[in-house]
Design a protein around this ligand. Structure first.
Ligand code: CAA
Length: 276
């Protein structure tokens, strides 16, 4: 069973698997575009969406440097498919954690594993060898907001609306969104946003540093294309090393970070001297 899963995880999802997960995937050279693609449910996501996202991350061709995450239609994502909360019905073909806990409330280890698998779908978007860009129009609610937070850069249309809805539903945000939220807006604002579950519009999102760029809705795709072109203009190895350094700067003290800068620069210079 484990072997079969490992094998499946090592292959890029097929068109049918992507469709079943409510996802689209286009890879064009160095750029991958992931589209949340269940517009009839406002791009609501399921467990399969997240495990398939993880598989996309694991099987991304080596040359991919930029990953754009976007929603089909006028909504980025309405978050978790609310049917996933229904322990009786759930979503057909989905492994519902709510059904599992209803069946066996003691199986916390299994649930922990299940949530960790979902989180994998979000974690890889921070990898230093890629830059991930969320292109958000309309609502990004709950898991949708957390997916945008998992990306390195958020480009918002003026109609974007962000909401951390989980606490209002009796839950916590558990799809890797709490850390970037606190890092971006600070603890106090994060408490206010999560515990009121209020909706933040694009202008406030920019003020709160939840958006790197806000553009008129019809300009969103072009703004993302321009950003992608600018990112690709930087040599890949330098981009990877620099993103790695910027990420470690959040945890390192100054001395450790200065040492990391020296090591990274020496590695770059050595590569350049060898013509790489
Ligand atoms: N799950 C399942 N179906 C959803 C959905 C969701 N999250 N969001 C919307 N839909 C469905 C609606 O049921 C509706 O279906 P029908 O046409 O069959 O009636 C269709 O999508 C269109 O929805 P609306 O008419 O409501 O569309 P709208 O444009 O007026 O509003 C919206 C869009 C603001 C996203 C609104 O649909 C909404 O608030 N949805 C629920 C959002 C929500 O609470 N999500 C859960 C957040 S918590 C989380 O993600 C993580 C977690 O808990 C672990």
């Amino acid at each position: 069973m484990r072997e079969r899963r490992a094998m499946a995880e090592s292959t890029i999802p097929t068109a049918d698997e992507l469709a079943a997960a409510g996802l689209g995937l286009g890879i064009d050279g160095a750029v991958a575009r992931i589209t949340l693609s269940r517009p009839h449910r406002r791009n609501a996501m399921t467990g399969r969406t997240w495990t398939t996202l993880a598989r996309i991350g694991h099987t991304l061709p080596e040359g991919v440097r930029i990953v754009v995450v976007e929603g089909e239609g006028q909504t980025f994502s309405s978050g978790i498919d609310l049917a996933m909360f229904d322990p009786a019905g759930g979503v057909p073909g989905e492994d519902s954690l709510f059904a599992r806990i209803a069946e066996d409330p003691e199986d916390t280890e299994g649930l922990d594993e299940g949530i960790a698998e979902y989180q994998e779908g979000f974690l890889w978007l921070r990898r230093p060898d890629i830059v991930s860009v969320a292109a958000v129009r309309g609502h990004a609610i709950g898991a949708g907001f957390q997916l945008a937070l998992a990306c390195d850069i958020r480009v918002l249309a003026e109609d974007a609306r962000l909401c951390m809805k989980e606490p209002a539903l009796g839950l916590v945000p558990d799809l890797t969104g709490t850390k970037p939220l606190v890092e971006l807006v600070g603890l106090n604002r994060a408490v206010e946003l999560c515990l009121t579950a209020r909706t933040v519009g694009a202008a406030e999102a920019r003020e709160l540093r939840l958006a790197e760029l806000v553009v008129a809705e019809p300009e969103l795709d072009r703004a993302v294309d321009d950003l992608v072109a600018a990112l690709l203009a930087t040599p890949a190895a330098a981009a990877r090393a620099t993103k790695g350094l910027l990420m470690s700067a959040r945890y390192n003290d100054l001395e450790t970070q200065a040492r990391a800068e020296r090591a990274a620069q020496i590695a770059r210079m050595a590569d350049m001297a060898r013509g790489r």
